[in-house]
Design a binder for this molecule. Sequence first.
Ligand SMILES: Cc1cc2nc3c(=O)[nH]c(=O)nc-3n(C[C@H](O)[C@H](O)[C@H](O)COP(=O)(O)OP(=O)(O)OC[C@H]3O[C@@H](n4cnc5c(N)ncnc54)[C@H](O)[C@@H]3O)c2cc1C
Ligand code: FES
Length: 259
Amino acid sequence: MKQEKATVLEHDNFQGEYRILRLAAPVVGPLVKAGQFLELQVPRIGERILRRPFSIYQADESGVAVLYKTVGRGTEAMANMQVGDEVNIIGSLGNGYPEPDPSKTPVLVAGGYGNAALYILAQRMEKKGIAFFGGRSAIDILLVKEFEALGWDVRPTTDDGSLGTKGLVTAAFDPWAAEQDFQSLEVFVCGPNPMLKAIGDRAIEKDFTAWLSLDKNMACGVGACLTCVIKRKTADGWEWARCCKDGPIFESREILWEV
Ligand SMILES: Cc1cc2nc3c(=O)[nH]c(=O)nc-3n(C[C@H](O)[C@H](O)[C@H](O)COP(=O)(O)OP(=O)(O)OC[C@H]3O[C@@H](n4cnc5c(N)ncnc54)[C@H](O)[C@@H]3O)c2cc1C
Ligand code: FES
């Protein structure tokens, strides 16, 4: 984990309310593992301490990019950042996804910025598989062409049926999975918590591995403040685990969901 003053190289509208922010960050860039995130100190927001967490969408020796949606004060201020601005980042944070099991069929399940969070994994995996992307409408399904260009078979689902199968992501995942040998699947999931839980429940019931990237509000991102804790199962009960440091990726069987 390093702190770096990164320079904005590009900052463009991408799709709908999403933008891509590309940063020159030669210290953090080379450290990035698939599924990790960074904490970004939004400039000109008038807050000295609180940073905002963003999954790392792309990374190489020279820097990183994030794909983000404007939802509130911090991301609105981010949207005003200009090429050449300097931004303080801490990264790369979190445990990241484990090395994929080469004997299994890799499956990605994502929604919203989850698609961006899975991109590095999809890029770096030698064996390409199938990707289920869910969203409200066609405009919410990100990066289909980019995943297809990497060799993934992308199956979109939308609530309104404007792209792919109509319904939740499970409307496409379930009939496909029913035709597979469940134990041969390794599923990597990033998206809203109900999506994580839906796939996690299926993993336990059908006996496949599912790595879930939990979405919790994070104040510090480095394990110090405990705003991001979840209950993690242990042999004789449960313990607190910090999503920012012990996670955000947990195997489905580790999580004690609280509804
Ligand atoms: C590990 C991690 C990775 C993330 N990666 C991305 C990413 O790649 N792209 C992206 O667009 N966003 C990502 N987020 C969410 C992003 O951090 C929040 O959207 C951002 O912090 C909101 O800041 P704000 O000041 O604009 O909004 P605020 O004013 O803080 O909040 C605006 C609204 O967003 C909600 N909100 C804030 N944080 C979250 C959150 N973590 N999950 C769900 N709702 C939230 C608030 O409840 C509120 O309704 C990630 C979050 C985490 C924890
Ligand atoms: S965000 Fe502070 S401990 Fe996780």
